[in-house]
Structures are given as structure tokens and as C-alpha cells.
Design a protein around this ligand. Structure first.
Ligand SMILES: [Fe+2]
Ligand SMILES: [Fe+2]
Length: 331
């Protein structure tokens, strides 16, 4: 049975007992007239308790969703144990729907990913972060990019604001597309690359936001602080058994350059993991094509010219040429 907001504001039907037991799901991923196979909760009250909004298999009505939207509610919550059920719901009801256009599928993927990613990213429990990010990586790699996608059409749909989620999401999309273009077709491998890309800048959680969001170029001292993020990210994640060596190297080596001019340890190309080479190109392309506090985004052609001028010295030539081919292709 579905209940309205006013009814929920009465005594709680059921209250979550443990902090961290719930994960947010964006309202935009719930469809009216479906029967979601999971309980949906609303966060309520000063103590932000989770109260039951709709029981599993109850029909979700247009009116209930409209009331949520009118109240400014952007996310409901599900129990962590139901995340596989939510994943299947998304898969069946949304992302496998062949009538969806690329734009609709992209927006749904983003809506499904953004809320959970941002909620997870600020948690201290890195095991939980990795699990959630793996799920997001699955959405992006297996559902968005498993079909042939025209990258420059997708580029027009993407956001380019360099915020934490947008940048992680974009680097994930480019890394997976580049991995496919360089011959990786195994879905598990692509999903692993997607997860590594989503996590690549996680070390920036330890950098003061005032430095990260500064509106002008960084001083040398500030640069030294920012340049610690690959090491910090690696140290945060290296005990996570779910992550592979390749994924950790995407975090640790994505600012290294083939000619040893990168950081944190100025290794050369032959020491860089192949996934880190993908991530390095994806990372710089997104940084160049995004609006930054200190400059406007470059046009795609300008960003590709910048990368081509550095292929073979800083960036892997094959990967850069793959990116150019992907972005220039219209079919
Ligand atoms: Fe980075
Ligand atoms: Fe980055």
C-alpha cells in the first residue's frame, strides 16, 4: 500500500534502527504505475529517521510521486539489503527498455547514479563506498555503453561542470569507451574499469575544498597539496579487497605521464598500468572540456589538439587516437 506524505508524518510505520542501513534512490528513477520490488522509505523528522513510504510490490501512483515532487523530496531510501532488487528494477523497467532514446537512458543512468554516489562519497566506511560505486559503474558500463554509442552525441548530453560527481561520471564514460575502443570487450573488465574511474579522484576528499574550488590558479604550495590526492586515494583504498591492482593503479597513477613528467612519483610509461593510461587521457580530456573556476571549457577540437600534441610523450598514442576517432565519428 502506498501512503502519502501527510500520513507518513504521523507516527512512523516502521523506523530504521541502524545508521547506514539505507541508501538513497533518486525519485527520477521510480516510475508511476510500477510495483517496485522493495520497500521505500522517507527520511523524516529532526532525527532524520527512515519511515516506510511504500511497501514492496505496492503500486507507485502518479499522485504519490507528484506529492513528493511538490514537497521538494528528491530521494527516497531503500534498505541496503534491497539494492540488488533495485538494480533489477532499474534494469527491467528502465534501462533495458528498447524504446528509450540515448538521451532518456543517459538521464536515467545519471539519476540512478548521482544520488547514491554523492551519499556514498562522503561516508567514512570505504567498503560501503566501493560497493555503491561498483553498482554505479555497472549502470554506466553495462547499460549505457554496452550498445554502440555515438560518443559525440553522448558528449552533448553530458554535463561539463567539473563537480565531483560530474567529473567522476565523465571520466568513467570516457575510460569505458576508450577501453572498448582499444579492444577490451569483457563486461566484467569494463565494469572494473568503470569502478576504478569513478574512484580515481577519491583522494581529493582529503584536500580542503577551499583549495579545490579556488577561482584562480593555484600557488606552488597549494599545488603540492592537491598533488597528494593520488597517494591519499591509494592509501584509502589499498586495503579494500574488492578492488584489483588495476583499479588501484587508476587511482595512484592517473597523473603520471609516459615521459616521467607526472606525479606522484614520476614513473615512466612502461611502469604505468594500462588502465591508468586510459584514465589519464580520460581525466585530462574531461578537465579540458569542462568549465573551471579559472577558465571556460575548451571546444572538443581544441582539447583533442592539446592531447595529440602530447601523444607519445605524455599520453599513450593509441589511446589518444582512439579518443579522436570516437569523438570525430558521427556513426
Ligand atoms: Fe586526479
Ligand atoms: Fe580527475
Amino acid at each position: 500500500m502506498s501512503v502519502g506524505l501527510n500520513e507518513v508524518l504521523e507516527p512512523a510505520l516502521r523506523v530504521g534502527s541502524r545508521v547506514g542501513q539505507f541508501m538513497p534512490v533518486a525519485i527520477g528513477t521510480l516510475i508511476a504505475a510500477t510495483r517496485p520490488p522493495f520497500d521505500l522509505y522517507l527520511k523524516h523528522g529532526l532525527r532524520a529517521q527512515h519511515v516506510l513510504f511504500s511497501e514492496r510490490s505496492a503500486p507507485l501512483t502518479v499522485e504519490a510521486l507528484a506529492r513528493l515532487a511538490d514537497s521538494g523530496v528528491q530521494a527516497l531510501y531503500i534498505s541496503y539489503e534491497d539494492r540488488d532488487a533495485y538494480d533489477r528494477y532499474l534494469h527491467d523497467a528502465l534501462l533495458e527498455n528498447e524504446e528509450l532514446t540515448l538521451a532518456q537512458r543517459y538521464r536515467l543512468t545519471i539519476a540512478a547514479s548521482k544520488t547514491v554516489f554523492e551519499a556514498a562519497y562522503t561516508q567514512n566506511d570505504l567498503g560501503a563506498v566501493v560497493q555503491v560505486v561498483e553498482q554505479v559503474g555497472g549502470h554506466i558500463s553495462q547499460r549505457l555503453l554496452s550498445q554502440d554509442v555515438v560518443m559525440n552525441q553522448l558528449f552533448d548530453l553530458m554535463f561539463h561542470d567539473y563537480s565531483t560527481f560530474t567529473h567522476a561520471n565523465n571520466v568513467c564514460i570516457y575510460s569505458v569507451a576508450l577501453a572498448r575502443a582499444t579492444g577490451i570487450s569483457n563486461l566484467n573488465e569494463l565494469a572494473a574499469i568503470a569502478t576504478g574511474a569513478l574512484l580515481h579522484d577519491i583522494g581529493k576528499r582529503s584536500i580542503p575544498p577551499l583549495i579545490l574550488n579556488q577561482a584562480h590558479h593555484l600557488t606552488d604550495a597549494q599545488k603540492r597539496i592537491v598533488r597528494r590526492h593520488p597517494q591519499l586515494g591509494y592509501e584509502d583504498l589499498c586495503h579494500e579487497e574488492r578492488l584489483s591492482w588495476g583499479q588501484l593503479m587508476m587511482v595512484y597513477q592517473h597523473h603520471e605521464r609516459l615521459n616521467g613528467s607526472g606525479y606522484p612519483v614520476r614513473i615512466h610509461g612502461d611502469e604505468m598500468h594500462p588502465w591508468a593510461k586510459l584514465c589519464a587521457v580520460a581525466d585530462v580530456f574531461d578537465a579540458l572540456t569542462s568549465d573551471r573556476p579559472f577558465r571556460r571549457a575548451l571546444r572538443v577540437e581544441e582539447a583533442l589538439r592539446h592531447l595529440r600534441a602530447r601523444e607519445g610523450t605524455e599520453f599513450d598514442s593509441e589511446i589518444v587516437e582512439c579518443l579522436i576517432a570516437l569523438m570525430m565519428s558521427t556513426t
